[in-house]
Design a protein around this ligand. Structure first.
Ligand code: LRH
Ligand code: MN
Ligand code: MN
Length: 382
């Protein structure tokens, strides 16, 4: 094992935290209050900064507009920078306004489409003011019943709306297009899969890319294969990391299926090391999109970062040369054993040593509990 190489690669592994994971969360049945949870964007940034301080690998925070709201965006940017954070992807909200009942960027009404476009452009403006280079778009658009609207007309409206947004963004800003195969619409979804996101992104241009949310696929989908395909086309823009058992559960990454995450990270690691793909693969943003209902939020986020880092470190350990050899020889068992060798390795001592060398706590979860950061927040945020 070449520790120096592994540590160098770990240095490049950065995650983006979602502001919305630090506030009260729930299901469509109820929202639960956590004492001391962040109440506004400043407190969300404070919590994200704490996660970064303890883990050393989460230097940016994604915002959701208008869940995150301030008078002065430049001021928010300064506040974040003082805390050691950058503002990451700006996520427009095109799913909560009742005007979007029949769609946002696809709505049959031109007036509502224009309203949705204006909201995205407001987010572009916020991105400029906060120093962000990424707009991350997810649409709840779809229909509930056959015949409700015309598929091809909706596709055309969507393409036109996206074209306007793309052409009016600054020339160095990226547009990530997220897909989700169902929900909230139950009959059809306008952007249901990676193929549709890819098609839209491809038509728009180089700065439009696909975003893969791990919870947005039908059961049994081979996500690592989608990831490999998008990486090879230089069309993968980012991830929303999370896990699920049933639908879009937004559970802690790897809590249900760690091997799947390992196999996805393997694709990223191999693309990082491929001279042809390295540049584009290293730009892929690894964001979390999790909502912790029964776990304390900051603690759950630290846990998420650590498990993601751990699975990435395992993927770094795969003996790529031996794997190539086994694949050439069609030695299926040997190839799988090479992956499993890495997956079964306990990398926790390596990561403790890595953190020690960086001056970080070796066990961030323990430090968070021992320093009683939550009690402090409960007192301050009463
Ligand atoms: C939709 C989604 C999307 C939203 C977030 C809050 O299910 O994954 O990314 O922006 O949840
Ligand atoms: Mn998502
Ligand atoms: Mn989701």
């Amino acid at each position: 094992m070449n520790m120096e190489k592994i540590f160098e690669e770990l240095d490049e592994l950065m995650f983006e935290l979602p502001s919305w994971a630090f506030s009260d969360a729930g299901t469509r049945f109820a929202v639960f209050h956590e004492e001391g949870a962040a109440r506004n964007v400043f407190e969300r940034i404070e919590d994200a900064a704490l996660v970064h301080r303890l883990t050393g690998c989460c230097p940016s925070v994604a915002l959701h507009i208008p869940w995150d709201k301030v008078e002065n965006w430049e001021e928010l940017r300064e506040f974040a920078e003082e805390k050691g954070l950058k503002i990451g992807a700006i996520n427009p909200n095109l799913f909560q306004d009742p005007d979007y009942k029949y769609g946002s960027l696809t709505n049959p009404s031109e007036k509502i489409r224009k309203k949705a476009i204006a909201h995205v452009m407001e987010c572009v403006d916020i991105a400029e003011k906060t120093g962000s280079k990424v707009i991350s778009l997810w649409l709840a658009d779809g229909t509930d019943y056959p015949g409700q609207d015309d598929f091809r007309s909706r596709k055309k409206r969507l393409e036109e709306s996206l074209r306007y947004i793309y052409e009016n963004m600054p020339a160095d800003m990226y547009l990530l297009i997220e897909y989700k195969f169902f929900e909230p619409a139950f009959y059809h979804t306008d952007i249901p899969d990676w193929g549709t996101s890819y098609l839209l992104a491809e038509k728009l241009g180089e700065r439009a890319l696909v975003l893969v949310d791990l919870g947005h696929h039908p059961q049994g989908t081979n996500i690592e294969y989608i990831v490999a395909t998008l990486l090879s086309e230089k069309k993968l823009g980012g991830f929303h990391l999370n896990n699920r058992k049933y639908a879009d559960d937004d559970l802690t990454i790897a809590s249900i299926n760690p091997y799947e995450v390992f196999l996805i990270f393997k694709e990223i690691v191999f693309a990082w090391r491929d001279p042809e793909l390295s540049d584009s693969a290293k730009k892929v943003v690894l964001m979390f999109d999790q909502a912790h209902i029964t776990k304390p939020k900051i603690l759950a986020m630290i846990q998420s970062v650590l498990i993601a880092q751990e699975l990435f470190a395992k993927a770094l350990l795969i003996d790529q040369e031996r794997l190539k050899e086994a694949q050439k020889n069609c030695d299926v068992v040997e190839a799988e054993e090479i992956l499993m060798d890495a997956f079964r390795t306990d990398v926790r001592p390596i990561l403790r040593e890595y953190r020690r060398q960086k001056g970080l706590p070796e066990d961030p979860l323990r430090v968070f509990r021992e320093e009683d950061y939550m009690e402090k927040r409960r007192r301050e945020r009463r």
